[in-house]
Design a protein around this ligand. Structure first.
Ligand SMILES: C[S@@+](CC[C@H](N)C(=O)[O-])C[C@H]1O[C@@H](n2cnc3c(N)ncnc32)[C@H](O)[C@@H]1O
Length: 256
């Protein structure tokens, strides 16, 4: 999959050279091409920003350099839709990542300063995505979040020991708790069921924990999740156990 990114700070994207995204880029599962609007600046000083009409604090990214950079990226990647990162966009979720991972190419536009000239949004941008209800200084980190979450969904991006299918949100629930060696640490034990070797019981326990955790931490997700009969029973059991002996939030352990 091809990612073209338009950013005033292309060096920031070296962060993607590490770990899973780095491996996908090295192996050619994903390609990252960076475009700097300064290469399309309106004058010899490399100017890409200007003061807002109407006054007020801050600067805005000018139309012309960004439009030229987008045009160059579109010419190089005709299949790519242009996505602008903005706190005013639609929420970027795992479901959106799953949908975008089915496409061949994306062109991501990272804003800076107070953002971009509105006319660019009207004419050059296909969709606007937000990574959350908070404001960061530029679109680079949001663009990297999007790219990372999409790359890990590409076939072959995760090694055989890793799985995106069990991750939080992929099936509409939070992930279940995880444990590794040692069996006892900080006076806490690994739940017996995980040492039992009984795969049916382990599957049931993990599903119950995922349901319980989602109920505790993100009830909004559970409201949209169609519970099967088995899941309904497991959740009721979980809630009953919590009511009998409340656990601190996040402990996530119901002992079998
Ligand atoms: C300081 S912000 C501008 C915020 C803008 N004045 C507003 O309040 O909507 C600069 C750039 O950071 C990026 N950005 C900031 N927060 C973001 C978020 N939550 N999601 C996506 N992009 C964000 C956008 O590209 C934006 O153009």
């Amino acid at each position: 999959m091809r990612f073209d990114v338009i950013s005033l700070f292309p060096a920031m994207f070296t962060a993607l050279k590490h770990g899973i995204t780095g491996r996908a880029l090295t192996r050619g599962l994903a390609e990252l091409i960076l475009w700097n609007p300064r290469d399309y600046a309106v004058n010899a000083h490399g100017q890409v920003d200007d003061r807002p009409y109407g006054g007020g604090p801050g600067m805005l990214m000018r139309y012309e350099p960004l439009a030229a950079a987008i045009q160059a990226a579109r010419a190089a990647s005709p299949a790519g839709q242009v996505l602008y990162l903005s706190p005013q966009g639609q929420p970027f979720t795992q479901a959106v990542a799953q949908r975008l991972a089915q496409t061949d190419a994306l062109i991501l536009l990272a804003g800076r300063y107070e953002g971009i000239d509105e006319r660019l949004l009207n004419t050059q941008v296909d969709a606007v995505w937000s990574v959350g209800d908070y404001v960061v200084s530029g679109g680079e980190l949001p663009a990297m979040l999007m790219i990372d979450s999409i790359i890990r969904l590409l076939p072959g991006a995760l090694g055989h020991t890793e799985s995106a299918g069990q991750d939080s949100f992929s099936a509409g629930l939070l992930d279940h708790p995880h444990y590794t060696r040692p069996e006892v640490v900080a006076e806490q034990v690994v739940p017996d069921v995980l040492l039992s070797g009984d795969h049916a019981r382990i599957r049931r326990w993990r599903l119950q924990q995922a349901l319980g955790r989602t109920w505790q931490q993100r009830p909004d997700l559970l409201q949209q999740y169609p519970l099967s009969d088995e899941e309904q029973t497991l959740l009721v059991e979980y809630i009953d156990a919590i009511n009998e002996s409340p656990q601190p939030t996040g402990s996530g352990v119901i002992r079998e």
